[in-house]
Write a protein that binds this ligand. Structure first.
Ligand code: DGJ
Length: 723
């Protein structure tokens, strides 16, 4: 890893990738982003020609145009007709023309203030590029950080008002890259509630492909990430770039192919309904973007992204910590529980070997259904049969950790909190409310609200021995209008996110040993902004084993498996109505952070024996799933009838295969495993069968499936050690 300056070239080099920039008379031009190059001499260059209708900044040179040069900032209004990265209203216009005036290399990570940042306990270096527009009197500072053991670069931007007048930022991307003309595909993670993170791959054509959220959260339907893959790139081969954002609010990401088939990539805050006023000498800082590259296809990109997130984004305290097997009472009881019911569930969980008991929604105030009481975070002692601390002590006495559900950012109209502070809800004057699950959102852009939430949840965590928090978020932002002025309201959605990060950084830093799991009706806010504080995310409310296959495939496409919650639930499944075997439900849930959410007290002895075996088995394979190298053997989106995932860790490997519909008169599927030691012999656990690594990888493992729908198999291989 090294950041160097050679002549007019800046190199931001990681172990395996390079970002190379040229300073041409103050213009910042992007020469390369991709596989590592230690020494660059303009072999790949834009031959400057007189392109019709591409304007020139100087009358002497008709061959130099911002419309054709590859850049990392899109200058607005001087002949670059692609999407800009900066739009600032100053004086009477939005024209900006930034020239490099200074740079320095800092031997550490520089953080974006008030926002989620990667952490680095190893050597990191940051290239700081300072650009100025003398006419607009604006300074734009770009930060590029390289980490010692990663092929990923992070970047963000800061805009400073150097003038004596206020200016308004209408757009400032976190990162922008222009890449050479080629046939590309774009890959995004999209979907909807209960079918999150579908991997969508499509050809990029001339025009703009974009995704965005204006929900005030990343949302179920899109993830703040955009991949650009060589059209020929496959699972194992080819160039792939990924832009991701460490942000949980309104975002945009786009790929724009222009008339020369060159491609501009950008990611940052969504500029719809956004503006940020800067008084003289104030600055606006963007969220941090992650720029990853792999020449080893989608698997290579996944490995790079998963490793970076595990090593630099997930809180360090939990990155290498095995996650407990949990029982959650939500689908077992919904709101209908009392102390006896909870303790009988905990008894069963403990007897079956589970490790964490989670009390979901309904433990506080008057919360007997989802129409009321959000905001009234006082324990309902008559429902819990006493103080929360007593219930926790009882659960702990059964050898289980204790977890609690909360939804701090919300307020019900039917709540004491609303009656005391109706103005704390997000709302616009004279517009009433828009309801969602009958709840409203608190305005975290208001520091008083954040202070109240800090105090309230600090109190709950200080007074109770809580080991885990499930932090839910069950609606999106509407009716923005709390600002005293138009501009203040335009700032509200981002100011909310700053309040949210202030709140969660405070609580997670004050209670570093509490494991937080993010939830938003499942994966409605499953992004790197929350993952910086909450080490795991409930991937989806959809617990049906078959529907979960593409959800889990997409949830681990960029994010590490250790960040993904996955549970076994009852049949018929509460979301899909489907009946699947308990074995299959177990196998699918074991591909993430394992748990159960069903009424264990209603299970037969045979079912309990299966569950006990699943729990014991997961404890053995847990390091493989949570820390191992993941390989996608069969993509459930392409192979609509099958899915297979493999994990390799040290001298072991586990393969999970699921077949959806029974087939007849077909040759059984053969899975070619990956990542094994060619010369080693692997024994199939629980049998005397042994295979060479080369055989499993190059000849493959042929399945032998019985008849029946929704069946699965799991193979656990352990390297045979010779005496
Ligand atoms: C939505 C979550 O996704 C569920 O798991 C559950 O916690 C409910 N909220 C509780 O209201």
């Amino acid at each position: 890893m090294a950041i160097t300056v050679e002549g007019n070239l800046f190199y931001v080099n990681t172990e395996a990738s390079s970002l190379i920039l040229e300073n041409r008379d103050g213009d910042l031009l992007l020469k390369h982003f991709g596989r590592k190059i230690n020494s660059y001499h303009f072999s790949n260059t834009i031959h400057e020609k007189d392109h019709a209708f591409s304007g020139n900044p100087s009358p002497e040179v008709r061959t130099y145009s911002y419309d054709t040069q590859r850049q990392v900032i899109g200058t607005y209004g001087f002949g670059d007709f692609r999407k800009p990265s900066v739009r600032v209203q100053h004086g009477s216009n939005e024209l900006t023309f930034f020239k490099l005036v200074d740079y320095h290399i800092v031997k550490e990570l520089i953080e974006a203030e008030g926002l989620p940042n990667p952490h680095s306990d190893e050597q990191a270096q940051t290239l700081v590029l300072v650009l100025e527009d003398q006419v607009a009197q604006l300074r734009l500072t770009l930060y590029y950080t390289a980490f010692e053991t990663s092929a990923t670069i992070t970047s963000f931007a800061k805009l400073t008002n150097l003038s004596d007048e206020p200016v308004v930022v209408h757009r400032l991307l976190s990162s922008m890259l222009d890449v050479p003309a080629k046939q590309y595909d774009v890959i995004t993670l999209q979907g909807a509630y209960a079918r999150e993170k579908a991997v969508r791959r499509q050809n990029l054509h001339q025009g703009v492909f974009s995704i965005s959220s204006s929900r005030g959260a990343s949302g179920h339907g899109q993830t703040p990430a955009l991949l650009l893959a060589d059209r020929k790139a496959s699972e194992d081969f080819g160039d792939v770039i990924a832009l991701q954002l460490l942000y949980s609010g309104n975002f945009q990401a786009f790929a724009q192919e222009n008339q020369l088939q060159e491609v501009r990539l950008g990611i940052g805050i969504n500029d719809d309904n956004f503006a940020w006023q800067l008084a003289p000498s104030e600055s606006f800082v963007t969220p941090v973007a992650m720029l990853s590259y792999s020449h080893k296809g989608l698997t290579g990109l996944t490995s790079e992204s998963q490793a970076f997130i595990k090593n630099h984004i997930i809180p360090k305290r939990f990155a290498d910590e095995e996650r407990p097997i949990l029982i959650n009472n939500w689908e077992a009881t919904y709101f209908d529980f009392n102390k006896d019911k909870l303790l009988s569930l905990a008894d069963e969980a403990s007897a079956l070997g589970m490790e964490l008991f989670v009390l979901d929604d309904g433990w506080f105030g008057n919360r007997f259904d989802d129409n009321r009481a959000l905001g009234d975070w006082t324990v309902n002692e008559s429902k819990l049969g006493g103080p929360l601390s007593e219930l926790i002590a009882d659960v702990h006495a059964k050898g289980l950790k204790f977890g609690l559900w909360v939804e701090p950012e919300m307020i019900s109209e039917a709540s004491d909190l609303y009656r005391a502070h109706p103005d704390w809800a997000i709302q616009a004057p004279c517009r009433g409310h828009t309801y969602s699950r009958n709840q409203l959102m608190l305005n975290l852009a208001n520091p008083d609200v954040v202070a109240y939430l800090k105090e309230t949840f600090d109190g709950i965590l200080a007074q109770n021995a809580i080991d885990y928090i499930k932090w839910d978020y069950n609606r999106n932002m509407t009716n923005l209008g709390n600002g005293a002025t138009y501009l203040e309201t335009q700032m509200q959605s981002h100011a909310y996110m700053l309040g949210f990060y202030d709140l969660v950084s405070y609580l997670t830093e004050t209670y570093p040993d509490v494991l937080f799991e993010s939830c938003s009706g499942g994966g409605g806010r499953n992004d790197l902004g929350v993952m910086r504080y909450f080490p795991q995310v409930w991937a989806s409310d959809n617990t049906d084993a078959i529907a979960r296959l593409p959800i889990q495939y997409g949830s681990t496409f960029l994010y590490p498996t250790i960040s993904m919650g996955s549970h076994v639930s009852a049949v018929p499944n509460h979301q899909m109505g489907r009946i699947t075997p308990l074995e299959t439900r177990g196998h699918v849930a074991m591909m993430g952070n394992f748990g159960y959410e069903l009424d264990l007290t209603q299970m037969t002895e045979t079912e309990k024996a299966i569950v006990a075996e699943q729990v014991a088995h997961y404890k053995r394979i847990r390091p493989l799933v949570q820390f191992g190298q993941q390989y996608r053997l069969l993509n459930p989106e392409e192979n609509t009838n099958e899915a297979a995932v493999q994990f390799v860790y040290e001298d072991q490997s586990v393969v999970t295969y699921v077949r959806i519909q029974s087939t007849i008169e077909t040759i059984e599927t053969t899975l070619k495993l990956k990542g094994l030691d060619e010369d080693a012999i692997y024994r199939l656990d629980g049998t005397e069968k042994c295979y060479s690594g080369a055989e499993l990888m190059y000849a493959g493992l042929t399945l032998d499936m019985p008849n029946g729908d929704y069946l699965s198999k799991q193979f656990y291989f352990v390297k045979d050690v010779k005496d």
